[in-house]
Design a protein around this ligand. Sequence first.
Ligand code: 4AD
Ligand code: MG
Length: 458
Amino acid sequence: MKHTDIKKLFQNPQDYIDQSVVICGWVRTARDSKTISFIELNDGTCLKNIQLILEKENLQLDDMKNAMVVGASLRVEGKFIVSEKNGYEITVTDIKVLGECPQDYPLQKKRHTLEFLRTIPHLRPRARYFEAVFAVRNQLSFAVHKYFNENDYKYVHAPIITGSDCEGAGEMFRVTTQPWTTDFKSEEEYYQNDFFGQKAGLTVSAQLEGEMAAMGLGRIYTFGPTFRAEHSNTTRHAAEFWQIEPEVCFAEIDDIIEIAEDFIKYIIRYVMDVCSEELQFFNQWVEPGLIDKLNNVVNSDFGRITYTEAVEVLKKSGKDFKYPVEWGCDLQTEHEKYLTDEYFKKPVFVVDYPKDIKAFYMKQNDDGKTVAATDLLVPGIREIIGCSEREWDYKKLESAMLQRGMPLEMYKEYLDTRKFGSVPHSGFGLGFDRAMMYLTGVQNIRDTLLFPRTVGSL
Ligand code: 4AD
Ligand code: MG
């Protein structure tokens, strides 16, 4: 079906003015008057609709009747003309209804609540809001690949099914093909008989595999889905989310922090360049001041504070926190919120966390108490990046694993990287869907994903 994208008409109007064009799309609005009718058509190639002018005496009445229905899909032929009121429009010479749309089409109104749209994820890409979300999501993904490609990272595809729990938080979804029966005498026997002959699950992070790849390829990144069976029913947690995980050899904590900041600024700048219309939309309807915020982010330095200093700041804040702050505690939402939204009012790296609240693989600092790890916290969302220098000393890594009761035999290959030519290296994980929230002002992670998976909802 040879037709022209609506986006092309708006991008290069001079190529089409006063010429006959064919376009296809879905009816967004339809208005009838005595001799003329108007349809706004959208084909998903851009946020803008094109206005169709239908002169009744020139068109078949039957076609008209089925075409003047919100949600119907059309193939339209007509003349593309300049219009004083709308910029451009099409005076229709032929109209064909591709798919009729009955009255129970749920997207009748111009504006629906996000809660309602969440109940129809299969249809919501037809709503303007989600057209804008998925346009940004597409360009943001592209920006990620572009950044790493330009900086000589190799894109590696880490496995999704794995035997190791990288974060050690016990949040892995299990992968199995066999039902449990009482014939199995032990859990061990059950797993031995299972598809992989051992316990398997969906990855919570590609980091461990990424490290092994980097320890030969030098600089790599992964960009894929990760899965966590977290029972946190919040606006920032999904059970299936996308993570970008670069791993860089010969980089220490300060080097990776510099990379993370450069990377975040680059991808924001890219999206600001290519999605200005979508960002205007979010700025107008979703987060007033969004564009100013993003401009500030790309043009100023991120904040930086040690965990120990942050605890002092929180203690001196005079705030009546629900969870009291003491050195060694995990920072709660309210604490992070104070640091980002009130104290710094911009993205901030909190560095050198107590080792007991962080993962086993992080480099132990000389103080014996903290690790060379940082979270990047941003206003409104809080943590979007988890980052660290990795422990590259075999003995120290082994002892951190033993302290946590980890089965060393499961991590033999990982430990091998520290045995055979170990090097300092660092990496981070950016939650892609949270980055989407930050860039668009979308308040709920469920509205950044095509089919969100969260606890209790598939
Ligand atoms: O801080 P996390 O757990 O770090 C890691 O997984 C490291 N292995 C990364 C690395 O160093 N390669 O997760 C990284 C980021 C978080 O900062 C957050 O943005 C996002 O992943 N994230 C989630 N996003 C949505 N839903 C969830 N349930 C998430 N859990 C983590
Ligand atoms: Mg984290």
